[in-house]
Design a protein around this ligand. Structure first.
Ligand SMILES: *[C@@H]1O[C@H](CO)[C@@H](O)[C@H](O)[C@H]1NC(C)=O
Ligand SMILES: *[C@@H]1O[C@H](CO)[C@@H](O)[C@H](O)[C@H]1NC(C)=O
Length: 490
């Protein structure tokens, strides 16, 4: 019933018995290139947050998402592979009206309105700013088939232009957003809301089980309208949603032996099925990566920079507002929102624009360092302590090229557990759970599952608990009670 690339996945009997519709998720093995691209995509989604006007912008970091499943649109049903993404709230698929020159469209399934008897025209323009271009098209309405369920009058976007690189290689055709309505672009009613409003699902709840352990086995399961008791042990621990945009909640603490200042006094986190890794503020992630023994690619150069610039940053901060410090030191070309401008330059560079880049490549590094130093000074840290923390950041700073943190595969058995405290309960990840093995046997590379990214205010700072977390802890998204629940996956 659920097919992809010739693979036929099983229909889960457990769900059939329980009467709960489910979508089987497929998993694609992840490569180093994909991880690097994913990191870029994450930075681009940060850029979306920076450059967008609204405060709640979907996290469009789906390039790295590994899990996708099948949906149907129209009558008769046209099928698509989509990422089920709790970090965004729109449904979109490629359109048959896609331009001739869109390679990404050519390689994917396309929705053809003229082939559907239930199609309703809308035509309102749809656009998401996405890195090297915008994903754009127009809204349409049709029936949506999800497993055994059907929603009538589902608003979705037909994409007619897709930023080339991102989607050409993607195994999936589109995205089905499972976030809250207020981050839905164009005010479209998100699919799951629609199912609930039409009384199609039993309960306003959906749940994810992601399988990371058995290669070749089914990738996971998304249950719509309930939970599958065969995929978790014990009971769920619940956290109320603190801001209903993403599935955001209070994280009480993150415990990693040998670190200080990680999620100090609590922090905000989201459960995001559309992100593979665990993402957090770059300096804090750097500390975690240091503690687990992960190394970046350019640490030596970066350490030199810390030694050179921290004293200057400290001096400048004593007399200047934070956003003028990097300009004063000569690392950024102007005052103002350096971070926003440097990210937008990065986007230009990726888009192949040959606009001269005026900022030093060190501008983003400086901006990140300044925001850290400001907090550190306020909490009475000494210059030595500050330098030490920033040097740790050198191992992973997302701003520097190829900065994915690598671990020695042989060291996995000796690495510490990392524990997340949610509603007073500890959710521990073992190194086997937080390290990603990529590449073929024999030339396997081990990559830290902790990635630094500074999500700007007002949405950030945020921690993103992606698939690494969700595959260890069965996750329930309870829309009715606006809460998220976690239990040990089984
Ligand atoms: C078109 O779709 C958008 C998004 O769902 C909706 O807000 C708008 O009201 C629709 N317009 C028409 C004319 O149906
Ligand atoms: C979560 O929200 C519910 C309903 O608003 C409330 O009764 C409960 O005390 C909250 N739980 C926590 C841990 O804040």
């Amino acid at each position: 019933m659920w097919r992809l690339g010739g693979l036929v996945a099983t229909i889960l009997l457990a769900n059939v018995c329980a009467g709960l519709p489910s979508v089987t998720l497929h998993k694609r093995p992840i490569s180093v290139e994909q991880l690097q691209a994913s990191q870029q995509a994450l930075q681009l989604s940060a850029a979306n947050g920076l450059l967008g006007a609204g405060e709640d912008i979907p996290l469009l970091d789906y390039l790295d998402a590994q899990y996708y499943g099948e949906i149907g649109l129209g009558s008769p049903v046209q099928t698509f592979q989509v990422i089920f993404d709790t970090g965004s709230s729109n449904l979109w698929v490629p359109s048959s009206e896609c331009s001739y020159f869109q390679l990404a469209c050519d390689l994917h399934n396309k929705y053809d309105a003229s082939e559907s008897t239930t199609y309703k025209r809308n035509g309102t323009k749809f656009a998401i700013q996405y890195g090297s271009g915008s994903l754009s098209g127009f809204f349409s309405e049709d029936e949506l088939t999800l497993g055994t369920l059907q929603a009538k009058h589902q608003s979705f976007a037909e994409a007619t232009e897709e930023p080339g690189l991102t989607f050409v290689a993607a195994k999936f055709d589109g995205i089905l957003g499972l976030g809250f309505p207020n981050i839905a672009i164009g005010g479209a009613v998100p699919p799951f809301q629609n199912l609930v409003e039409q009384g199609v699902v039993k309960e306003p709840v959906f749940s994810f089980w992601l399988n990371r352990n058995e290669p070749g086995a089914e990738g996971g399961e998304l249950v719509l309208g309930g939970v599958d008791p065969s995929h978790f042990k014990g009971t769920h621990t619940w956290a109320n949603v603190t801001r209903p945009a993403y599935w955001q909640f209070d994280l009480d603490a993150i415990k990693v032996p040998g670190t200080i200042g990680v999620c100090q006094g609590g922090c905000q986190a989201i459960a995001d099925s559309g992100t593979s890794l665990i993402v957090g503020p770059s300096v804090e992630i750097a500390n975690i990566n240091k503690a687990i023994g992960a190394k970046g690619v350019l640490p030596a150069e970066c350490r030199e920079l810390v030694k050179e610039y921290v004293p200057q940053i400290l001096k400048a901060l004593a007399i200047l507002p934070a956003d003028q410090v990097c300009a004063a030191i000569g690392l950024c070309d102007q005052t103002g929102s350096q971070q926003a401008r440097s990210v937008s330059r990065k986007l230009q560079a990726l888009a192949g624009s040959d606009t001269p880049v005026q900022d030093s490549p060190l501008c983003p590094f400086c901006t990140a360092a300044v925001s850290y130093v400001k907090i550190a000074v306020a909490s009475q840290e000494t210059q030595d302590q500050i330098e030490e923390q920033l040097e740790a950041a050198c191992d992973t700073l997302g701003f520097l090229a190829s900065s994915q943190a690598i671990v020695d595969c042989d060291q996995i058995p000796t690495m510490p557990d990392v524990a997340f405290t949610i509603s007073g309960k500890e959710f521990s990840l073992t190194p086997e759970q937080y390290v990603l093995k990529v590449g073929a046997m024999g030339e396997e590379q081990c990559i830290s599952g902790f990635l630094g990214m500074d999500i700007p205010k007002p949405a950030g700072p945020l921690w993103i608990l992606g698939d690494i977390f969700i595959s260890s802890y069965h996750t329930v998204f309870d829309l009715g009670n606006k809460r998220v629940g976690f239990a040990e996956a089984a």
